[in-house]
Design a protein around this ligand. Sequence first.
Ligand SMILES: [Zn+2]
Ligand SMILES: [Zn+2]
Length: 349
Amino acid sequence: MKTVGYAAHSADSALVPYHFERRDLRANDVAIEILYSGVCHSDLHTVNGDWGPQPYPLVPGHEIVGVVKSVGADVKNYKVGDHVAVGCMVDSCQECDQCHHHEEQYCRNGMTGTYGAPDRQTGDITQGGYSKHIVVREEFVLRIPDNMDISKAAPILCAGITTFSPLRTWNVTKGTRVGVIGLGGLGHMAVKLAHAMGAEVTAISRSKNKEKEAIAMGAKGILASTDADAMAAAANAFDIIIDTVPVKHDVTMYAPLLDVDGTIVIVGQVGPLEEPLTLPLILGRRRIAGSLIGGIKETQEVLDFCAEHNVYPDCEMIKMEDINSAFERLAQGDLAHRFVIDMSSLSAE
Ligand SMILES: [Zn+2]
Ligand SMILES: [Zn+2]
């Protein structure tokens, strides 16, 4: 199938229109017309080569919402016209213990990323959601709940599941004291999801500039990390802290905020951190942990949870042609929301 998207052709070039082929449907494939595509900070890191050399040309995008256009002969769960979604993975081995536990993101044989990864059968490089169409095997297609606003759902597929999964893993429930570092795409979803779970949520940010927004999302307020007195007063104040900061930073300063047995979960930063000190960890049996997206079953759960609890990302809708300026704004940081590309702005020609 011929399609069109926006691709990077090198680490330092802008995204430009790119015509390419989606594969012919295999028996278990679903062909999707993409309606909305979220813009994740990792799209920017990846196309810039921050995480290593990339197979250019590369079409990023792994927060995908669309409508089924056709299905392969063996597809059981989807039909033409269904509203569906695709997240950060499009395949895994389906045979290992992790795949059997619905944790395909930790597949022993490596999950297949939605873009920039070799297809398990052909070796062709996968291309992501900044495009008109995508073809994905049924097992990696999610269902959009009937009552969901599809124009706002895309960021749930990465920002939503990436924060939902650790909140669930660490049993966040009514009354759990949750800190969220950073209020960008991931952080603002962490605040909303934890609040919807009944937790007592505090945003942790360098300044209180975005306190009004944080409170509107469900936080009690902002703890300013630059305010030494406030940080000292917040010692032992959290059971769990979700750290969404996407750049190299210091986690040692946050460790004393955890109560005994508390955990900082890093979900935003890939690569080296400032050197952590062990003392606050040892003194409170505190942990620094990491977490990668979530499995397909749990991704369906977060979509259903958001529909049920009316939790939506704050989205700024952009046109496809505005992606490069959106990337610039993302690189400068300080957004308390997610860009979503309205894919109808991209002509199919
Ligand atoms: Zn992402
Ligand atoms: Zn596997």
